[in-house]
Design a protein around this ligand. Structure first.
Ligand SMILES: [Zn+2]
Length: 323
């Protein structure tokens, strides 16, 4: 088996071998929110390539480390994560449910952050996983991210474990609407309200003071007048049992699991690694920094998702063309 040399970011992103036109049109990754990491270990790269090549039904779990190269910060990375840079913490589920003021603050900040947050685009790592799905390599993809980037990259065998900020749900009648429609309602209810926020978080939140948000009006559900909430599992809430069972079923049908860009600190994702370990499935971890599952992994590689996945995809395409 031939291993291609690691390419520079520019070379890699314009490399035509994949035969996927979108890869060649990608812009260079944004690295402001990507933690620094040493170059990938070549032996581990080779091991990971073999790991992916051997799998016929790969289960992939992704986290915030997938999207940092699209310019979206994660929560926990050293130096560049939201927790390291600021005092801000994501809203808790109970706070949103119980407090009208908390909902006003949340939606005002989300309203300001939305144009920028919703404009983020998939990076090469998202496109590689979508490409692997088309090749029949990825059996199921589960993401802990709420940024819609896997969907924008056209992945279809996808579960958004914690929901998606691009959808809004009524807590009463469960009616689901698009977040873009809510933006229009915000604008209609708050003409002239144009506060300036800064620092978009992984869930689209920006910073605004209480004074700035006190006059912001939020719409009710147009069907029943209920409270609107993003279709996102906030911290302190849990993923519904039906969705968890569905993912466990997809995992049971898989022959290997790859975790990309997650430290697995949140149990809702970590439980699938524990389940994979109990089933004796091989587990590969691709993440900058330690993860909660390091001791359970068959192999671990400490590097950027975009760098490693694009490398593997070149190699995997080569293998498929040269069996
Ligand atoms: Zn409703």
């Amino acid at each position: 088996m031939q291993f291609l040399p690691l390419l520079t970011a520019t070379e890699r992103l314009t490399f035509p071998r994949l035969g996927c036109c979108r890869f060649s049109s990608l812009v260079a990754p944004s690295l402001a929110f990507v933690p620094t990491s040493p170059p990938p270990d070549s032996i581990k790269l080779e091991d990971l390539q073999k790991f992916v090549s051997r799998s016929k039904k790969l289960f992939v779990l992704t986290g915030a480390g997938m999207s940092t190269e699209s310019g979206i910060p994660d929560y926990r990375s050293e130096a560049v994560g939201l927790y390291a840079r600021t005092e801000r913490r994501p809203i808790q589920h109970s706070e949103f449910i119980c407090s009208a003021r908390a909902r006003q603050r949340y939606w005002a900040r989300n309203y300001i952050g939305w144009p920028q947050f919703s404009s983020h685009q998939p990076n090469v790592a998202h496109w590689v996983l979508s490409h692997w799905e088309k090749l029949g390599k990825v059996h199921w993809l589960v993401t802990q991210n709420v940024d819609a980037l896997h969907g924008k990259a056209e992945s279809q065998r996808l579960t958004e474990l914690h929901g998606c900020t691009h959808r809004v749900i009524c807590l009463n009648c469960k009616d689901m609407t698009l977040r873009t429609h809510l933006q229009e309602q915000f604008l209609a209810l708050n003409p002239g309200w144009d506060e300036e926020g800064h620092g978009v978080a992984p869930d689209g939140d920006v910073f605004l003071t209480d004074e700035q948000v006190k006059n912001f009006l939020i719409p009710e559900c147009q069907r029943c007048g209920g409270i609107l909430k993003p279709d996102v599992t906030f911290f302190g809430d849990s993923v519904n049992r039906e969705k968890v069972n569905f993912v466990h079923q997809r995992l049971a049908e898989s022959d290997a699991i790859l975790v990309a860009g997650s430290s697995l600190q949140v149990y809702s994702g970590y439980r699938f690694i524990v389940a994979a370990h109990e089933k004796k499935l091989p587990i590969a971890l691709l993440n900058i920094g330690a993860t909660r599952a390091d001791a359970l992994a068959t192999l671990k590689i400490d590097a950027r998702c975009g760098e490693v996945l694009s490398y593997l995809s070149e190699s995997e395409t080569f293998r498929l063309k040269n069996p």
